[in-house]
Design a protein. Structure first.
Length: 67
């Protein structure tokens, strides 16, 4: 006699919601700027050249949105 497998139960987690910030980086203070934002819970996602001046860097940051 074959036994029936118990049905699997799946639990959905609520979707994580994020907020984003773009921050201009000053070459002489990059670490200090990123450390300051990091202490406020922001995570660095990417650094790219600025849209109007490729020598000006822009940091993209994210953190979990507070309810």
């Amino acid at each position: 006699m074959a036994s029936a497998a118990a049905p699997r139960t799946y639990y959905a987690r609520p979707m994580t919601k994020w907020e984003y910030a773009t921050v201009p980086l000053l070459v002489h203070a990059t670490k200090q700027i990123l450390d300051t934002w990091g202490e406020d819970g922001w995570e660095l996602v990417q650094v790219v050249p600025g849209p109007n001046n490729p020598e000006q860097l822009v940091a993209y940051l994210k953190r979990e949105k507070q309810a």
